[in-house]
Design a binder for this molecule. Sequence first.
Ligand SMILES: Cc1cc2nc3c(=O)[nH]c(=O)nc-3n(C[C@H](O)[C@H](O)[C@H](O)COP(=O)(O)OP(=O)(O)OC[C@H]3O[C@@H](n4cnc5c(N)ncnc54)[C@H](O)[C@@H]3O)c2cc1C
Length: 823
Amino acid sequence: MSTFPNQARAVIIGGGVVGCSVAYHLAKLGWTDIVLLERRKLTSGTTWHAAGLIGQLRATRNMTLLAKYSAELYGSLEAETGVATGFRQHGSLALALTDERFEELKRGASMARVFDLAVEVLTAAECGAIYPMVNIRDVVGGVFLPKDGQADPGNIALALIKGARLRGAKIFEDTRVTAIHRANGRVTGVTTDRGEIAAEFVVNCAGMWGREVGRMAGVNVPLHACEHFYIVTEPIADLPRDMPVLRVADECAYYKEDAGKILLGAFEPVAKPWGMDGIPDDFCFDQLPEDFDHFEPILEAAVKRMPILESTGIHTFFNGPESFTPDDRYLLGEAPELTNFFVAAGFNSVGIQSAGGAGKALAEWMEAGEPTFDLWDVDIRRMQPFQNNARYLQERATEVLGLLYADHFPYRQYATARGVRTSPLHERLAARGACFGETAGWERANWFLPPDRAAAGETAAYEYSWRRQNWFDHAAAEHRAVRNAVGLFDMSSFAKFRVEGRDAEAVLQRISANDVAVAPGRIVYTQWLNDRGGIEADLTVTRLGDDAFLVVTAAASATRDLAWLRRHIPADAHCVVTDMTSAEAVIAVMGPASRDLLQPLVEADLSNDTFPFGTARETALGMATIRAHRISYVGELGWEIYVPADMAGHAFDTIAAAGQAHGLRLCGMHVLDSCRIEKAYRHFGHDITDEDNVLEAGLGFAVAIDKPASKYGDFIGRAAVLAKKQAGLSKRLLQFKLDDPEPLLYHNEPIHRDGEIVGDLSSGNYGHHLGAAIGLGYVPCTPDQSAADIVAPRFEIEVAGDRFAATASLKPLYDPKAERMRG
Ligand SMILES: Cc1cc2nc3c(=O)[nH]c(=O)nc-3n(C[C@H](O)[C@H](O)[C@H](O)COP(=O)(O)OP(=O)(O)OC[C@H]3O[C@@H](n4cnc5c(N)ncnc54)[C@H](O)[C@@H]3O)c2cc1C
């Protein structure tokens, strides 16, 4: 056994499958000075008792690519390390018991085809042929993934750690980290019950202890443990050993063959949070007490689904804890609060199948100093500080476990832990028929139930479907109001950062690709780029005064953008950032009648000459002091009214009272999105991410390549943009409109060019004005191709297995010359 070190390049906390994978992948990158610390024994937390399903199809492109990589890695680890992982690829079969579920499965199958994941859509009879033991009477259809598999989770971890050890990593069991050290915003090491280790990097892979370990470092790691159940039957004679894994999500159940027995696992709708008083110190290969009553509904359905279970005894009832995050996606990446402190935790019962890909992605991120491809789905920076609240986590945890097998309808909203962040206008909107959704904790009106429908007794609540949902027509009416009259959006959830000081301009010039050295009162739309020219943030910067700027970004990007901003303020710069999000509400008044509506209410002259597009000024609205910003995300004439939170109600009432005469309609976030997609405005996290070059995203117009360098240098990404200009573009973001007005697009639908899949949609919505579903998506191109060449081929978009002809465009299909917002 090696002597206990007092220094390491990287300390990994936690010897579950995830910590082992991070160690393995760092070692593979050539990091030799790695120490993994495990408080008890390797795998003794959650890893040892996992069911071992290795699925590959995830909700989005990059998550699927990572899961696919895990499966490939587990297939090759035994040859590399000599440790058998028990990996077997007998496939997995997912059954649909409803048309809606079948639609979801078929859409997933379409997505799988984008990256060559083998997939078959089956009739009920074909499902029965693959799985004769299953009752298929009420089955609508299914999807078979032949390359899915199963494995022995503990041995995967042990194979990974052996691979790491062979490359020089040191492993210490029975070693608990008790404190984490930081200095000047960076992590500097850990204290353990065996001594201190100074370290350049620390990685939190502590599973359900991850939140506590995060708190040692002052870092939010929002996760909560839940009880998670399966049973294993007595041996069943002649049970085939090559049975695929079976998922019957409509009955919250999965089945797998396990050494001649059947393992039946559950994702019940209301889960049992666990560990509210902390995870016991002595937890080691432990299980939690049985709860047969809790499991019984799953078993009842299972006996009907697989009649052989009726005559088979139960050998094991297993209940083990696993950690869940507020949105069912794991937490990966460098903590926004602390440089070089990385997190890979909260794996929501898919940690075995995710560990390979997550470990690789994290190791590459640590090596490169930034994610090497888009990981926004799981990036820890999507979390808001309040989400680390224990009560919030406990309440949300009851829901998210079951959501894994629930119908993943578009626009589906959480039912738990709601109402935490509300706009000052919340009650007013609720009284006027708002149906709220949640983003970053904010309750936001997504659509409005018209008054006549409310009077008829309807309530503003979602009825989910993959087809037109109950609010489709209401959204269409809101959309028409924005295009033809005027709509009001409550945009108070915008994140707002005030950047002030003598060096504020220089700091913002360094991180903004556009030129923000403008006159006070100007609004600049800009991206913040990384060194590769990829897009880290998409926002506006408004110059409020000589030394004061306001950065406005989406609610979901608040933590990420604030961290990026703070990290790029040089230590000696005279520049401070204050988060003003809650101080001001934002009322967006958008549409051709917005000027006529607002002019009588405000002191400022709203004419084009004195208040042009892209400017902001302080004025009065009614009796309130406001700042009006002439800008638009829906592509119409309009103003965003920034009003102190305490005067927001007055401002709203003033606008609403005057609005009746102008056809003012309250509008929700769904229509904000449907309007912006008609205008082909990009949406951060979907259409534009850190792996998308700003030029290929079609945002070159917002890059001031020739602006003078600030005292901190050229803007970040400038060299990459120049290089891309020289090399030419190899992909372009196109806008698509389906010829058929019926199908709906959400995102991830495959794009066929002349019959061949060339990409998938990064976002989709219905264009109520253009009269069909609209999508945005990248397609590959060569540098010499003209715009006409790029859009000329025959394009089709695949929806649930069927292809629909689409018109492609490089210019926005709605108002290509942007005349309306400048009118
Ligand atoms: C019943 C059940 C079935 C499952 N089935 C599947 C499945 O089929 N497929 C799948 O992909 N996933 C499955 N999972 C999920 C999977 O088991 C987990 O996601 C995965 O094991 C998480 O691994 P981890 O490394 O993050 O956590 P853990 O395995 O819990 O490892 C964390 C380690 O950190 C250590 N640690 C904590 N604090 C400290 C400290 N202060 N100092 C030092 N060490 C510390 C702990 O001792 C622990 O060993 C299942 C889970 C359960 C409960």
